[in-house]
Design a protein around this ligand. Sequence first.
Ligand SMILES: O=P(O)(O)OC[C@@H](O)[C@@H](O)c1c[nH]c2ccccc12
Length: 265
Amino acid sequence: MTAPAFPPPLALERVPGVLGRIVHERAADYAHADPDPGPARPAARRFEAALSGPALALIAEIKRASPSQGAIAPLDPVDAARAYEAGGAHALSVLTEPRHFDGTLDFLHRITAAQSLPALRKDFVVHPAMLREAAEAGAAAALLMVSVLGEATGAYLAVAEHLGLDALVEVHDEAELDIALGTGARIIGVNNRDLKTLHIDLDVSPRLIARARAAGFTGVLVAESGYRTPADLRTVRGLADAVLVGTSLAASGDLAQAARDLMQP
Ligand SMILES: O=P(O)(O)OC[C@@H](O)[C@@H](O)c1c[nH]c2ccccc12
């Protein structure tokens, strides 16, 4: 397999608000990193498979802090991963952004070495080296944000696929969804949180998921952010394949029980 062309440079100055600040920091962190993705790896599609059953699947997030909440809980990443697995989670999301989410790439290494749930690298990917690192850390998938990558999303998707990673391609509005659909993404996530303002609107996921299905999308659809109670999930049951939940589980004090309680039909 030939290596994908290096993704084009990103026009990050157009990304506003909180998100703009974070992606500028991440771009500076990786400014001198080697853009070569390295050798091709076979596609295992473990993350995709874990979300593809008939029931609404749970992607449980290891999230110790966030820009909207500040400190959430000083989770031990491996203990948290095991607790989520015991609570019935189908996959994990591991924040590796250090300044605002109190994450590190090392969490991903430790989690994938210690347990078997497929793990997503949750970060602000702005450089191909971040995908190479994810593969080397044993991740099954990586997040790609259309709000950050814009028209370069497809090029980053090609790098992820070269590395055998599933990609969760994240959107927040109709225009971003149309870009995601055009890339041939197999997994699309709809973020209820506007990362420019941090405002949450639980109507965003059902609206954009219905639009993706109406456009003929047959892949996996994930509803993301702001889910706290089983009642909150009624808006996406029967519509989404999976939900991605962080803060409400991480802050609960009993991660396994919180995961069970949230997902009860
Ligand atoms: O903590 P919440 O509201 O349950 O949300 C989880 C997840 O969706 C959120 O952390 C998230 C979604 N997309 C992101 C992109 C970057 C950082 C974080 C995120």
